[in-house]
Design a protein around this ligand. Structure first.
Ligand code: TXA
Ligand code: MG
Length: 347
């Protein structure tokens, strides 16, 4: 792949300057180029969903298998009409969760470039709540196909510097809008004929929240268990090893004291642990601090940055404990199962 000059631009809150940056970025998208931009979940690598071949460039830049389809981003839920077959349940969900971290799979229309959907007859629709993302999509005037803006397989980017580390020289522009608020990717759901939905990838919109709006949200086995050879997953992304740093990731669920014993008894010198400040003193190895609080939101926010930090520090093994799988912890559980290649330890 030829190296191109990647421009890093910062949104500063100065209306006129920001407007000029967004117009320029929108123009790049309209001409079939690639722009990375912040969302409330992770940074996305955007391309026009209509421009022939633009999505193909996304796959090349990321080194992503081309059968793993991209999410199409809109600035308002109603814009999905142009390229997807919507239904009343889509609008019910949109009313409650959009703009926000929810992606809904719908039947697709022909206007979408086939490379966006990896040959599927469905399309994933998401309306992000991040103001920069929405302004960019609106300025581009077309739906924006965007996977996470990382090299395929590495942890998703939650800061512009992560995007530059992975994709500098391979894309046209990176818009720095600061740290992503949530830190793990959106919840992806398929709508079921009975009025319920199936969670293909858990995120900040939890099964409990979806239960209140649909006739029940189900979580298939593939979300919490490593894919078995020969499995045909409903979402192609479920089958790939993902989100991994070079360090070995060892996630565990259950008792804190047992977890501390497990970490402390490991003779590996270059080991570390991702933990909250409240338990830092209980470890004698490197502690990568998730934050002040020992809760799911704190861990989601910092997870990918800390997995990248583990590599910067040259750690060979990094431990992380989840107390259980409920609520937002299900998203963490799912990412850590993928990052560790399926090795969840139950304590
Ligand atoms: O939060 C997010 O969703 C971020 C930001 C940038 O919006 N995007 C993101 O995209 O995480 P990506 O490409 O890294 O993950 C998209 C996931 C993959 O697991 C893919 O397999 C699934 O969505 N997906 C996309 N289109 C699909 C479809 N038509 N049917 C089933 N799964 C689909
Ligand atoms: Mg991704």
């Amino acid at each position: 792949m030829d190296t191109i000059n990647t421009r890093l631009v910062r949104i500063t809150g100065d209306g006129e300057k920001d407007g000029a940056i967004l117009s320029e970025a929108a123009e790049i998208l309209r001409r079939g180029g690639l722009v990375a931009f912040p969302t409330e979940t992770v940074y996305g690598l955007g391309a026009s969903a209509y421009f022939p071949g633009a999505a193909k460039k996304v796959y090349e830049a990321k080194g992503r298998p081309s059968d793993n389809p991209l999410i199409v981003h809109v600035s308002r839920p109603g814009e999905a009409e142009d390229f997807a077959v919507t239904c009343p349940l889509y609008y019910k969900l949109a009313e409650r969760f959009m703009p926000g971290p929810l992606t809904v799979i719908l039947p697709k229309k022909d206007v979408i470039d086939p490379s966006v959907t990896g040959g599927l007859d469905t399309v994933a629709v998401r309306c992000p709540s991040n103001g920069i993302a929405r302004a960019l999509i609106a300025a581009a005037g077309c739906p924006v196909a965007a996977p996470s803006a990382n090299r395929s397989g590495s942890p998703s980017p939650t800061k512009a510097s992560h995007v530059m580390d992975d994709l500098s020289g391979r894309i046209d522009m990176v818009i720095d809008g600061g740290e992503c608020a949530i830190g793990v990717e959106s919840t992806v759901i398929a709508l079921d004929p009975d009025g319920g939905c199936t969670i293909l990838r858990p995120g900040a919109v939890t099964a409990e929240m979806l239960d209140g709006v649909t006739r029940g949200a189900s979580v298939p086995e593939g979300v919490t268990d490593p894919a078995k050879v020969g499995d045909k997953p409903r979402s192609p992304g479920m089958k790939y090893k993902h989100y991994s740093p070079a360090a070995e990731v060892i996630p565990a669920t259950g008792d804190l004291d047992k977890f501390i014993s497990m970490v402390e008894s490991d003779p590996e010198e270059k080991k570390g642990v991702i933990a909250a400040e409240t338990v830092r003193d209980r470890f004698s190895c490197t502690v990568l601090t998730a934050g002040e609080r020992d809760d799911d939101l704190t861990y989601c926010h910092s997870l990918y940055d800390l997995l990248r930090e583990a590599d910067r520090l040259g750690l060979r093994r990094v431990y992380i404990r989840l107390p259980h799988r409920d609520g937002g912890y299900l998203a963490l559980y799912n990412r850590l199962i993928r990052a560790s290649g399926g090795k969840m330890t139950k304590l």
